[in-house]
Write a protein that binds this ligand. Structure first.
Ligand code: SAM
Length: 231
């Protein structure tokens, strides 16, 4: 059965689509999506042999051979042009997810929806999406087993722009998340606030260099943003 986190990623996959799940590990998400008829087919991308073999055995045990296909390779290189409608990338850091998208950019043509679930560093993804002309259409945040996860849903075809004139703040915190604050959101940002305040005190009590002064100003800015949003 799917974790709450992966179930939530599943919830954002549009009906009747062809899916690619990149960095899939056990292939739980793509198998679930096909078994529940959300997707008509799925490709599973894995760079590591162990997870690739786990993916193949889940596919076999689910009786999905020929409908869900595991391919070994780096990021989007496992995809042929126009092979899928949706790509999910979950359970990795935001900078790794952004670099997978950047490296495989040409494979994104024809892909309508990206559902991305960074464990940390959602900012890196928002920034990449914005620079590449994707619209961030939805965001979600949830807590499972004391960990907090964010989900970003983006689409190229949409002209919708979620950012206002406080774009840097919104990219840091999440333009949708900050307007619809659930418990996981509040918990996460109260925790981040305490962290930044602690780091700030440490930096301020150490010998100041040009570098540390810059860092102090960055952290002060972040603390101000979080306080504004949580107020
Ligand atoms: N997506 C699953 C989830 O959310 O539960 C698995 C997450 S697991 C922490 C990350 C997986 O991504 C690992 O199995 C790893 O081998 C794979 N991975 C990391 N970098 C990758 C890349 N560039 N291309 C394909 N797979 C990658």
């Amino acid at each position: 059965n799917l974790s709450m986190r992966l179930k939530r990623v599943f919830d954002y996959i549009p009906e009747g689509t062809r899916l690619a799940d990149i960095g899939s590990d056990h292939a739980y998400l793509p198998c679930y999506a096909v078994l529940n008829k959300r997707c008509t087919s799925a490709i599973v991308g894995e760079i590591t042999e162990g997870p690739f073999n786990s993916a193949r055995s889940t596919i076999r045990q689910s009786g999905l051979e020929g409908i869900v296909e595991a391919r070994m390779g780096d990021g989007l290189e496992v995809l042929k042009p126009n092979e899928v409608d949706v790509i999910t990338i979950a359970g990795m850091g935001g900078s790794l997810i952004a670099s997978i998208l950047e490296k495989g950019k040409e494979k994104l043509q024809g892909v309508e929806t990206l559902v991305l679930q960074p464990n940390i560093g959602a900012y890196q993804i928002r920034n990449w999406l914005d620079q590449e002309g994707y619209s961030l259409i939805k965001e979600d945040i949830l807590e499972e087993d004391t960990k907090i996860y964010e989900i970003l849903v983006a689409s190229k075809s949409s002209t919708y722009k979620p950012y206002s004139d406080s774009k840097n703040k919104e990219m840091f915190i999440g333009p949708h998340l900050m307007h619809d604050q659930n418990d996981a959101f509040k918990k996460r940002w109260n925790h981040e606030l305490k962290n930044f305040e602690r780091i700030l005190i440490q930096l301020q009590s150490a010998k100041q260099t040009e570098e540390s002064i810059q860092k102090i100003n960055e952290i002060k800015q972040k603390i101000e943003w979080i306080n504004e949003v949580l107020a």
